[in-house]
Every structure is written in C-alpha cells, then in structure tokens.
Design a protein around this ligand. Sequence first.
Ligand code: SF4
Length: 210
Amino acid sequence: MEGNLPIVEYFHSIQGEGAHAGRSAFFIRLASCKVGCPWCDTKESWSTNNHKKESIASLCKYITRAENEGAAFVVITGGEPLHHNLNSLCNNIREKNSTKAMSIHLETSGVDPLTGNPDWITLSPKRHAPPLKELLHACHELKVVIHTKEDLIFAEKMANIALQNNQNNPILFLQAGWNSRTGQNLTYDYVKRNPQWRLSMQTHKWLGIR
Ligand code: SF4
C-alpha cells in the first residue's frame, strides 16, 4: 500500500443529503480546495496546511472499523477530493473489502479529471468554476446550490449536459444555500413547478449532527 493523503477529518455518521440521505456512512474529508466558493461551509479544508497526512493503510483500517460498526458505504469528500489522484485509495478500499458490500461514493465539484472509479458520484458544479464534461457524463446525481436566479439558469444548463451521454440517468437536485432566504424561496418555487428536479435538504445540519 502506498501514498499519504492530507485529512481534515474522518467520521462515521448518517449521510445527510442527496439520494442516499438517511444511510449510515463513513466520511473521509480530504484537505485542499482551490474552487473558492464564497458560501463554503468547510473553509478549513481549503489549505493542506495544519492537516495531518494519513497513510492509505490507516484509512483502510478506519473504514474496516466503521464497516464493522454498521457503515454501509464510504464517502470521499472535501475540500475538493479530485485535486488528489484517488486511484490508490479506492483500489485499496476495494482490495480490503472482499465482499464488495462497502461501495465508494465521491462528492466533487468536477473541476479535475475523474480518478478512483467510484461507485457513486455526487457532482455539485459551481457557476464560477464549471465542471469538466467527463464528470457531467459520469455522475449519478447532480446537485446545484441555489442563491440567485442565475444559479437556476446554470442548473438547467448543467442538467442538459448531464442528461446527454450519461448512462446513469442522474438524479437532479436543487439545494438552497444555507441561510439564504432568497435561495430557499427560489428553490422551493422552482422544484414545485419543475418536477424533474428534487429538493435536496441538508438534514444533518437541521439535526445538528456531522
Ligand atoms: S468546492 Fe466545496 S469545499 Fe471547495 S470551496 Fe466550494 S463548497 Fe467549499
């Protein structure tokens, strides 16, 4: 096993949002993000400074423990996890998991090429840093955060591309920006009038869990 990755945190919790909301999951939050969203709620993950590096062997041990304690899948998040090459991490997770019961989920903004061949890709594209088409064509769910009307136009543009040449038929989510009353009103009205979209709730925040 080779490689070390800068880690902000890892923890076993409940997935709070998206198609797998409500399921037990083990989260690995990788450090580093250059996307720079003003509303980001994990700004501590932007820099790799002050975050310890963990070996892939150690991460696999934590995953095994979480799996024994009920986690159904691993979520690789960030930061922007695809700033790192995920091949080694994902290959090692698969090797340690001989039953293949523990699938690998990735949460990404899509600005970097895909690595690691995850089983489930949540693509959250950003208007100021649009994603690569290869991610739009590979994702399983598309989640766009809404603060303004322009974000809704961007969401439709992303959905049009994502629904072309994507065999996964991605689920479309709109998520209001946290603490954005305008975003909440726009999202609520839009999802009501456009049934191809679903409302994504950050239930972990409402519940006060990680
Ligand atoms: S891509 Fe994610 S981690 Fe990076 S700045 Fe935006 S919200 Fe924060």
